[in-house]
Design a protein around this ligand. Sequence first.
Ligand SMILES: [Zn+2]
Length: 377
Amino acid sequence: MRLLLIGMALGLAVVPTPAAWVESMYSRHTYLISQNLLTPLSSLTRVALFDVLIVIGVVGLPVWWVLALRRSGRGRRLRSAARMVLNTATLVAVMYVVFLLVWGLNYRREPLTAKLDYQPQRVTPLALADLAGEATVRLNALHPVAHAEPWSDLDALPSALGPAFVSVQRDLGVGRTAVTGTPKVTLLTPYFRRAGVDGMINPFSLEILINGSVLPFERPFVVAHEWAHLAGYANESEASFVGWLTCLTGPPPARYSAWIFLFPHLIRHLDPQQQDELWAQLDDGPMADFRAVSERVAEAVPVVRRGANRVYDQYLKANRVDEGIASYGAVVDLVLGSALGDAAITSYRGDASFESSASPRFLSIARQAGERLSEYR
Ligand SMILES: [Zn+2]
């Protein structure tokens, strides 16, 4: 039985799974049915179930081994140890199968670029520079509005940003949508801080964990990114793209958070002179926020960060994300190259204050993109 379970896990790890099947049968169907049950269940408690799992793993596993070895008499330790190796391998195999069934198969679904109206030829240096310029305008315009009221705490984000999350999933063309989960602060926060991790999804209970030191104006995007994982977008760039769309569809503080996330991703591809010009165009408000982010991120200890990145990179590759951690960069491609990204940038749903500060050229793009989006729908 144990060998059968181990064999099954190994089989699942290597068996080819056509992306179209995973997409239609799992990611858009059975996965979302179970997500609609599991996430509300794990949201019933404020305790991060992942913390419980870690404690069980760190304390329970060694205790299990010690007890098993002690129970076996002298001279039978070797046999007992061999049995424990098999038991532990079975446990790992069962956990891997549960991981795949509950969430992990989402790594094998079709990429968003195959589902959206994605045109790589739209991703040009000029489009990038234009968008980076637009981002400075947005940050300057949104900063006073976003900072006018106290920032939502984590508990309030599902009601503040939940409707936007559902609407974006509909825009992405899914019939069934994922539900939001209450963001939980984890005991792993000290580690997250040093490793430079902002949040994660627990793939066993479909809850989301947030690094408690993430700044209030970063929270909407970080939470929306993790919700995107809950919606089955396992790929990091796709999750960031969906999180960014969610925030842009949400209230002004969330939109500000979206641009705070995207701006550094945009300008790092520009030449140093262009970068300096754009930083100079930012008002004191957004500049102060970027400084706060860079101070927070500086808390990460390089060696811990490198270790965490290496582990995560191997994890991604094991789940068939061949580009590993480098897949973070593709979010810019999705924003620039998809009609949905374009429309999110240009159609500024229900915000008159922004339209007034937009250039005539920008408004004409907005109108075109609005037309394109209605075609896409
Ligand atoms: Zn992520």
